[in-house]
Write a protein that binds this ligand. Structure first.
Ligand code: 3PY
Length: 249
């Protein structure tokens, strides 16, 4: 099956999703019913067993969400996530062109990359025949998003996004601000200046930009600045609603 997020981005459309680090197939269904395009299942900070992760991916497909997993560089993590059936990966702290090249290598089958092959896994339809046709399409279908969230990555932005196979440069405002020395958050003017400079550079390179949002105003502003892949932060938004309802009562 094709990856509708990649298709929308190619057609110049914006996409909206949700990032989430808790195991809840019910929330995945809610996001699908609400009409979001994708879910980023957060296995960088979140808490999942491998089979829970596979259930989250499976549920996403039932409600037409594109499942992307945020995982680490470890080659076996990228391999396992893709074998579970993720339609994309999002990798934190990609700081150099070499980092980006390694990610692409791990996500693509030979000869383009060094992804290991197993036809018996969920992604490949559990069989030899389905596996072969899956393999033909997988390299094009898999979406690769890399976090730009350190001063080093900001410096190397153009080189990182020039690596063939990188689809999205994802600004992680929380990590970026902390890595710039501002623990009080991404609202600091210097952090905002750096973020705006990345959007400006992205227009020249043509790379798709991603980031997070925690309100409808945030989402609109991210699209306005030039992001086309924006994910709302599921648990932070739930918590904000719980707080507001109680305080407002
Ligand atoms: C950040 O804001 O640092 C992120 O990684 C977004 O989830």
């Amino acid at each position: 099956e094709s990856n509708k997020v990649k298709e929308k981005l190619k057609a110049g459309e914006n996409t909206a999703g949700a990032i989430m680090g808790i195991y809840s197939p019910a929330i995945v269904e809610m996001l699908g019913h609400a009409g979001y395009d994708f879910i980023i299942i957060d296995d960088e900070h979140g808490a999942y067993s491998w089979s829970e992760l596979e259930d989250m991916i499976r549920t996403a497909r039932l409600v037409d969400l594109i499942p992307i997993v945020r995982t680490d560089y470890n080659p076996s993590s990228i391999q396992k996530v893709l074998d579970r059936g993720a339609y994309g990966i999002q990798i934190p702290m990609v700081n150099t062109k070499e980092d980006a090249e390694l990610v692409v290598q791990r996500a693509k089958y030979p000869p383009a990359g060094r992804r290991g092959t197993a036809f018996s896994m969920r992604a490949a339809g559990y069989g030899y025949d389905s596996g072969k046709s899956f393999m033909d399409k997988s390299d094009d279908n898999i979406l690769i998003s890399v976090h730009i969230e350190t001063p080093e990555a900001v410096k190397n932005f153009e080189e990182i996004v020039s690596v063939p196979g990188i689809d999205i440069a994802f600004i992680g405002p929380t990590d970026l601000s902390v890595n710039m020395g501002y623990k009080d958050g991404a609202g600091h003017p210097e952090v905002q200046e750096v973020i705006n400079s990345l959007y400006t550079k992205s227009k020249k390179s043509g790379i798709h930009m991603g980031t997070i949002a925690t309100s409808k105003e945030d989402l609109a502003s991210a699209f306005e600045k030039g992001a086309s892949f924006v994910s709302v932060v599921t648990t932070a938004m739930l918590k904000k609603n719980f707080d507001e309802v109680l305080r407002g009562a």
